[in-house]
Ligand binder design. Structure first.
Ligand SMILES: Cc1cc2nc3c(=O)[nH]c(=O)nc-3n(C[C@H](O)[C@H](O)[C@H](O)COP(=O)(O)O)c2cc1C
Length: 210
């Protein structure tokens, strides 16, 4: 079996973290680099990542996360906050970045600029935010796989109050909203979920080959 499949079988959505174990700064850097390298539609990366370590803030967040203990017992919370609106200035600064990085003239990117403006900016505000959130979920998936590769545990989480998170993390004023979060750290020996067999659709039910 491939090593990658071994990683995916090893991981599970951790319910109980060992509160005494911390992810090393070096491993955290690797995980954040995996997020940074994630693919996104047009390469726009319409999200920001907030890493929450502060214990007092995490206590507050836990109260708005169905009191799930992963919020306070994990090593860190990684918050995926998507842009609520894709503005022309955001697109312009992305195009400048491409031109600078690849040694191009900004005029060479007129075609891409026109496409981004006609496709993404034409979406209504709600659809723009949903599109941006979908991009953030790709980064979440990458984090889960990268962490499993390093034998670091994770729990992807949607069980929280988005409005309260946005307020406590001061996201609204930055044009962001919480898409999803992941807690990272090390499983507690007492977490019985780690011994439960994986429940997945059969390949026959999941996959159609045409
Ligand atoms: C987007 C997303 C949100 C989730 N939210 C929660 C959550 O709030 N709390 C939790 O304990 N598990 C949460 N889970 C974990 C899932 O229940 C779990 O991934 C699923 O049952 C498959 O099990 P496995 O990941 O352990 O293989 C979430 C998973 C995903 C992908």
């Amino acid at each position: 079996m491939s090593i990658y499949i071994d990683d995916l079988n090893w991981r599970y959505a951790t319910k109980k973290f060992d509160a005494n174990k911390e992810v090393s700064p070096q491993d955290l850097q690797t995980l954040l680099e995996a997020i940074q390298l994630t693919a996104s539609s047009y390469g726009l990366q319409p999200y920001e990542i907030i890493v929450v370590k502060d214990a007092a803030l995490r206590e507050k967040l836990k109260a708005h996360s169905w009191n799930q203990t992963q919020i306070t017992d994990s090593s860190e919370i990684v918050v995926f906050a998507n842009k609520t609106q894709i503005t022309s200035s955001y697109i312009d600064s992305y195009l400048k970045d491409i031109a600078h990085t690849r040694g191009l003239n900004i005029e060479d990117l007129e075609g891409l600029k026109g496409m981004l403006e006609s496709i993404i900016m034409k979406l209504n505000p709600e659809d723009q935010s949903n599109w941006a959130a979908k991009q953030a979920y790709i980064a979440l998936g990458n984090l889960l796989s990268a962490a499993a590769n390093l034998r670091i545990d994770t729990c992807p989480m949607e069980g929280f109050d988005v409005a309260k998170y946005d307020e406590l993390l001061e996201l609204k004023e930055k044009g962001l909203t919480t898409a999803v979060i992941a807690t990272i750290g090390y499983r507690s020996e007492e977490d019985t979920t780690q011994f439960a067999a994986k429940v997945r659709k059969s390949k026959e039910d999941l996959i159609t080959k045409l």
